[in-house]
Design a protein around this ligand. Structure first.
Ligand SMILES: [Zn+2]
Length: 525
């Protein structure tokens, strides 16, 4: 089997703040080997630095304004309901298309948010967000089955946390199965450019980071987070051993970094207190609203203690559908749209102005939109941490300032950027009764859903004959990598900006719920 000329290894959410010290101490031998023989740089992610947005920029070389993926969700303009995004919503083709058109043999395995996969000159197996292995999850048809070849008990989505005592073992089993799957795919379809992505770094850190621990403490102590990184490192070592030779250039790319959640911002409450968002007054009389509040409170209490944390995936599976939906959609579903000027959505600071003609119950006319944007900005910029009295928000950025490309539909109007990216900020985080800002240390986790959240700087490591392509980049951004890959493969980008995917959702209702369950399990809902 010939080795690919270019091997791209994705490690979701891996931060250099941890890889650096752990590699130096010999705790991540495969990454250490690449770093010693090559070049290592921080890699700037997208705004917001979340997985679907970031990998879409990696794939297309465009910022979110260009590719049109702004969050895990997009909002339906008539119902205000959040719907999961998938690669079919992406407006631009990936670099895999340019490589395929140039006749380069390619293969990709497990890159997040590549479902439904594009047909290409080789093979593709979509990432963890894939609902089921039916149509659209792999190319050509049967590629997934070829890869699996009867391997038992493979979990393609996020590995459930429970039972906690076997979590790392199951994480490792998943990664090692993926290594074998890559081997079978490359045996069947040898290629020149190959990419595999491992997610243990992101999924493990989100769940296992000790609440309130600094990055330096985690780097020093290691513990559960180190063990998750070691799962990825071992898998990378195996891939290098089996599929790289002296002629292979290796790129290691993470889509964003990770660090502790200093606290959480309750966007719904902030906008409500500023008079920009109203919760329905009849909420108290509506049976479903107390149920929602009770469900949120009960679930929070349950997850706060150790047993609840361990049992979270199980608990979510066992909860009645109505309560699950309530947990996910509490704030948005209780909003009085006719009297709401601005509302939060997405999972990271996105704010929409409820414009007339754009939203079913839009009530902000064109002349008032700027004033509403100013009020939103002021409401967030005034926030202070209840424990430290320090700033909570660095900037409320209008989309036209942060997205250089002409904006695709679905863009937020404003993006609220937390101080040092260290506050969890989304509409699903807290019930309306929660405080505007919670602190991880003083609120004991009561209002904190995940102990670690994304940072702007991910990781870029290059080794092998073409590593100097990375040395040339001064402050690399995720969007720069597609053109580097094309140059290493000797292909010029055609820059064509056309949709490669048919319109409409490839999800059935059940598949959409499956995707939502995966996101719930990771704490995004
Ligand atoms: Zn990610």
């Amino acid at each position: 089997m010939r080795a690919p000329r270019l091997l791209v290894i994705g490690i979701d959410g891996a931060t250099l703040d941890l890889i650096g010290p752990w590699a130096r101490e010999g705790k991540l031998p495969a990454l250490r080997g690449l770093m010693e023989s090559g070049v290592t740089k921080p890699l700037r992610s997208t705004l917001p630095p979340v997985t679907p947005v970031a990998w879409s920029s990696f794939l297309t070389g465009a910022d979110p304004g260009g590719h049109g993926i702004y969050s895990f969700f997009r909002l339906d303009h008539s119902s205000y309901r959040p719907l999961p995004v998938h690669a079919g919503h992406r407006r631009l083709p990936s670099f895999w298309q340019s490589l395929s058109q140039a006749g380069v043999a390619v293969g990709q395995f497990n890159t997040p948010f590549t479902y439904p996969v594009e047909p290409l000159n080789g093979f593709a197996v979509a990432g963890f967000d894939t609902p089921t292995f039916g149509r659209g999850a792999a190319y050509p048809d049967g590629a997934f089955e070829t890869a699996l070849n009867g391997d038992h008990g493979y979990v393609h989505g996020p590995v459930p946390l429970a039972p906690r005592e076997t979590y790392h073992e199951r994480l490792r089993k998943q990664a090692m199965t993926q290594v074998r799957m890559c081997g079978r795919l490359l045996q069947r379809w040898p290629c020149d450019v190959f990419m595999v992505t491992f997610c243990a770094t992101d999924h493990g850190a989100h769940r296992l980071w000790p609440l309130g621990a600094t990055t330096e403490e985690v780097a020093r102590v290691g513990g559960d987070v180190l063990e998750a990184y070691q799962v990825a490192d071992e898998a990378i070592g195996e891939i290098l051993e089996r599929h790289a030779d002296d002629g292979t250039t290796v790129l290691v790319v993470s889509d964003h970094g990770m660090g502790p959640a200093e606290g959480a911002v309750n966007m719904t409450r902030v906008l409500a207190e500023a008079g920009l968002l109203r919760v329905r007054p009849e909420a108290g009389r509506d049976n479903s609203i107390p149920l929602r509040l009770r469900a949120v409170r009960g679930v929070r209490r349950f997850f706060r203690d150790g047993a609840g944390r361990v049992l979270k995936p199980l608990a979510l599976r066992l909860m009645p559908e109505r309560a699950k939906a309530a947990v996910a959609h509490t704030e948005l579903s209780s909003i009085d749209w006719e009297r709401t000027l601005a509302f939060p959505w997405g999972t990271y600071g996105q704010v929409q102005i409820n414009r007339e003609g754009e939203w079913a119950e839009g009530c902000v006319g064109p002349r008032d939109a700027d004033a509403v944007a100013r009020d939103v900005t002021q409401a967030f910029e005034e926030l202070r941490d209840p424990a430290s009295a320090g700033p909570v928000i660095d900037e409320v950025a209008p989309a036209e300032e942060i997205y250089a490309e002409e904006r695709a539909p679905g863009s937020p109007d404003l993006l609220v950027i937390p101080h040092d990216y260290s506050y969890d900020i989304g509409p699903y985080l807290q019930s309306p009764e929660g405080p505007p800002v919670a602190n991880s240390h003083t609120d004991g986790g009561e209002w904190i859903d995940v102990p670690a959240i994304h940072r702007l700087e991910g990781t870029l490591i290059a080794s092998g004959p073409c590593a100097d392509r990375i040395s040339e980049l001064e402050s690399p951004r995720l969007e720069d990598i597609a053109s580097v890959i094309l140059r290493i493969a000797g292909v010029s980008s055609d820059g064509e900006s056309v949709s490669t995917q048919p319109d409409g959702s490839p999800y059935t209702e059940e598949q959409a719920r499956q995707v939502e369950r995966h996101l719930e399990d990771l704490g995004y809902l």
